[in-house]
Design a protein around this ligand. Structure first.
Ligand SMILES: O=P(O)(O)OC[C@@H](O)[C@@H](O)c1c[nH]c2ccccc12
Length: 273
C-alpha cells in the first residue's frame, strides 16, 4: 500500500499557510494604498535582468549570490551573519546580482537584511520570499528590492499575472520559478524573460541537478534560464552550462564557506571567459 499523502510533509503548503496569515496581519497595520505609496516613493530600481544579460553577453557566468541565515533543509547556515558584509564579499567576487531571503518564520530573514545588503553594494537585489499577494510586491519595492520571485507551484495563473503586472509597473524584474514541465509551460505565458529552474523539490526539499538537465533545454532562446539550488562545485556549474543555462542562483554552499569571495569566484570562473 502507498503511504497516505497526508503523511508526506508538504513544506511548501505549510510555509504558504503561514505567509497568507502574515500578509493578513501586516496589511492590517499598513493598508495597501499606503504600501503602494511607499513603493512608488522608493527611488530608482537597479536593472536585475540587465545585470544578468551583461554577464552572459560578456561570456561570464551570471551569478545570483544568496544571503540567508537559515533554511528549512539546512538549519542554521551562517552564524554570525552580516548581510552587508556578505553583499560586499559577493560584489568583490564579481556576482551579477544578490538574492536576500526576507521570510522570517522559516528562513530567519527580514526586510532589514535586504535593505542592509542593498545599501552596502551596487548590485541589483532579488527579494526571495513567498509572494502570494499584491501587498507583498509593493512591500518588496518599498524595502528596496529590484526583482521578485514568483513560485509557480504556489500561484494560480491569475495570481502570477497580477503580481507580475504590479512588479512591472514598479520597474522591477520577475524571476518565474518552475520545477516541472507543466510549470514551465505556465511560466512561458508570463512576460518575464527570467525563468528559474529550481533543482530543489519544494515539497520534499531534496535537490537534484537532473531537474535542470531536463528543463533548461526546453526553454526558448528568447528567455534567460537560471538554474537554482543545490549547486556546489565548478563541475556542477559546467554541467548546468552544458544544459544551456549561463545564470545560477547559489546560496548554501557559498554561505558555509569562511571566504565567500573565494567560493563565489571559483564558481564564476568555472567556465573559460
Ligand atoms: O541554498 P541553495 O541550495 O544554493 O539554493 C539557493 C536558492 O535556489 C534557494 O534558496 C531557493 C530557490 N527557490 C526558493 C524558493 C523559496 C526559498 C528558497 C529558494
Amino acid at each position: 500500500m502507498n503511504a497516505p499523502t497526508d503523511l508526506i510533509s508538504d513544506t511548501l503548503a505549510r510555509i504558504l499557510a503561514d505567509k497568507y496569515a502574515e500578509v493578513r496581519e501586516r496589511s492590517a497595520e499598513t493598508p495597501l494604498a499606503e504600501m503602494e505609496r511607499k513603493a512608488r516613493d522608493a527611488g530608482p530600481t537597479r536593472d536585475f535582468t540587465g545585470a544578468l544579460c551583461d554577464a552572459v553577453a560578456e561570456g561570464r557566468v551570471g551569478l545570483i549570490a544568496e544571503i540567508k541565515r537559515a533554511s528549512p533543509s539546512g538549519g542554521l547556515i551562517r552564524d554570525p551573519f552580516d548581510p552587508a558584509e556578505l553583499a560586499k564579499a559577493y560584489e568583490a567576487a564579481g556576482a551579477a546580482c544578490l538574492s536576500v531571503l526576507t521570510d522570517g518564520p522559516w528562513f530567519q530573514g527580514s526586510a532589514e537584511d535586504l535593505a542592509a545588503a542593498r545599501a552596502a553594494c551596487r548590485l541589483p537585489v532579488l527579494r526571495k520570499d513567498f509572494m502570494v499577494d499584491p501587498w507583498q510586491v509593493f512591500e518588496a519595492r518599498a524595502m528596496g528590492a529590484d526583482c521578485i520571485l514568483l513560485i509557480l507551484a504556489a500561484l494560480s495563473d491569475e495570481q502570477a499575472h497580477e503580481l507580475e503586472d504590479i512588479a512591472r509597473s514598479l520597474d522591477m524584474s520577475v524571476l518565474a520559478e518552475v520545477h516541472d514541465r507543466r510549470e514551465l509551460d505556465r511560466a512561458l505565458g508570463l512576460e518575464t524573460r527570467l525563468i528559474g529552474v529550481n533543482n530543489r523539490n519544494l515539497k520534499t526539499l531534496v535537490t537534484d541537478l537532473s531537474v535542470s538537465d531536463e528543463l533548461v533545454p526546453l526553454i526558448p532562446a528568447d528567455r534567460i534560464p537560471v538554474s537554482e539550488s543545490g549547486i556546489r562545485t565548478p563541475e556542477d556549474v559546467r554541467r548546468i552550462c552544458r544544459d544551456g543555462a549561463r545564470c545560477l542562483l547559489v546560496g548554501e554552499h557559498l554561505l558555509r564557506q569562511p571566504d565567500v569571495t573565494a567560493a563565489a569566484s571559483a564558481l564564476i570562473h568555472a567556465i573559460p571567459g
